[in-house]
Design a protein around this ligand. Structure first.
Ligand code: CO
Length: 468
């Protein structure tokens, strides 16, 4: 066997899981030289929720972040997480936007695209896979791991084979909930290695406390790469810590060859950085409830936030009990974006409304119609009727129903967009991108946006300004 490769997730999944995705570029760049020197298989630095958070909360241009990271990383491969037809958003985008997004992301520095779909519906990954291949990138097809009566090593292998047929370069088993047991990991990795014939990577979260054990058994079963985060941003809902795995495998057939002294310096850097984000830090404890409820990193804290907002934190046990029942009725979707949000919000509604499905989110309706793709299992008929009545079901690939959207986005973003990337930001998150682009323009031109708005309001009210 050969060296075990490590993908470092510190700059993406780790802070998405522990610090509400708030890590700023200024707290990444000073570590780039050290991270680049480690010799990781790759570093996941973009995608997932980072894009959205840049625009919505940080006032950062996500594309600029990518380009600056690319400039800093001289020799390492950079990786992103892409939600198939949802890209880095929460709904399906038209094919022309998906293709253009992937092309630009590759152009700005992404070497490896990890592409998944919340329902393991391979049709929702096709367009992104094709675009990434056309861009000459490494395409990693993803099998979202979950525990349910209809998911087993055979169903995961079937999904992986479908992805292989689309020409992906490697397979990722994505345990976003952090619930895979060491022996399940061993079994699945061994089977995939035999049956699919592609490199296999395992992505775990530490939520249940089993992540490092799963990696060890997976390493013995021949997994090619696993995902870890630097110790000071690892554990809890984040990834297993890099340093422990490096030490555990030193001197064995799967020795990672990485330098613990250098990793210690990186850990020290992020220990200090983390203190700046104490306000959003969810901390790092093992949560045994995730094994019972299959809640991915982040979902549990979302529940707490949603219930706190409604001053109903005492209903948490009911929500946690509602979740498995609801999931069965919805055909056992893996709990990953966006299905985790759909199922999670609906579980909260079902509990707080006092009657199940008395209140139904638009997303639940869309899901029941098939607009997110084909649920892995049977959807409960009675529940479906309750949610959508006798509306027609969608059986084609959902994006087949979407007209092209890029031209319209170009037209609408034209006054503010300075690049094709700006147009894409707008196409994905119109209000957030508009606000970001306006503020950027105001900052550049030195015009205070509040003064501008005030002036516009005064002109509207009939106040006349003398011509200059
Ligand atoms: Co993850």
């Amino acid at each position: 066997m050969t060296r075990l490769g490590l993908t470092d997730t510190t700059l993406r999944d780790a802070h998405q899981s522990l610090l509400a995705t708030r890590l700023r570029l200024e707290d990444m760049l000073p570590a780039v030289e050290m991270l680049d020197a480690v010799g990781f298989h790759s570093l996941e630095v973009w995608g997932g929720a980072t894009f959205d958070t840049c625009l919505r909360f940080l006032g950062e241009d996500p594309w600029e972040r990518l380009r600056l990271l690319r400039k800093g990383f001289k020799k390492s491969k950079l990786q992103m997480l892409l939600r198939g037809q949802n890209l880095v958003g929460y709904k399906h985008y038209p094919d022309d936007i998906v293709t253009e997004f992937v092309r630009r992301a590759a152009g700005d520095g992404i070497d490896i695209f990890r592409i998944f779909d919340g329902l393991n519906d391979v049709r929702n990954m096709e367009t992104a896979i094709r675009a990434a291949k056309d861009a000459g990138a490494h395409v990693q097809g993803t099998v979202s791991y979950t525990v349910s009566p209809i998911h087993d090593v055979c169903s995961f292998t079937r999904t992986a084979k479908e992805l292989a047929e689309l020409g992906v370069d490697s397979i990722c088993v994505k345990d976003m909930a952090g619930i895979i047991t060491p022996y399940d990991a061993e079994l699945i990795i061994r089977r995939l290695k035999e049956a699919v014939g592609l490199p296999v990577q395992l992505h775990c979260h530490y939520t249940s406390g089993m992540g490092s054990m799963a990696y060890l058994k997976a390493a013995e079963a021949g997994v090619d790469v696993v995902d870890t985060a630097i110790s000071t941003l690892a554990l809890g809902t984040s990834q297993p810590p890099t340093e422990s795995l490096v030490a555990a495998l030193a001197g064995t057939a799967r020795d990672t060859g990485l330098d613990l002294a250098l990793l210690a310096r990186i850990a020290e850097f992020f220990r200090e950085v983390r203190k700046k984000y104490a306000e959003v830090d969810v901390g790092t404890t093992v949560d045994v409830n995730v094994i019972r409820y299959q809640i991915p990193g982040g979902m549990y804290s979302n529940f707490i936030a949603q219930l706190e907002q409604q001053k109903a934190l005492d209903r948490l046990p009911e929500v946690l009990a509602e979740l498995p029942r609801l999931r069965q009725e919805m055909g056992y979707p893996p709990l990953v974006t966006p299905s985790s949000q759909i199922v999670g919000s609906q579980a909260v509604l079902n509990v707080l409304a006092g009657e199940r499905f008395k209140m139904v989110s638009n997303e639940t309706k869309a899901y029941m119609r098939g607009l997110y793709g084909l649920p892995p299992g049977e959807v409960d008929d009675a529940v479906r009727r309750k949610v959508i009545g006798d509306e027609a079901l969608v059986t084609v690939r959902p994006a087949d129903l979407l007209p092209p959207g890029l031209e319209e986005a170009r037209r609408e973003a034209a006054p503010l967009a300075e690049s094709a990337q700006d147009v894409l930001s707008y196409a994905l998150f119109p209000p957030q991108a508009k606000k970001f682009l306006e503020e950027r323009l105001a900052a550049r031109t030195g015009i205070d946006q509040r003064v501008l708005a005030q002036t516009a309001a005064e002109v509207e009210r009939g106040k006349v300004y003398p011509a200059p």
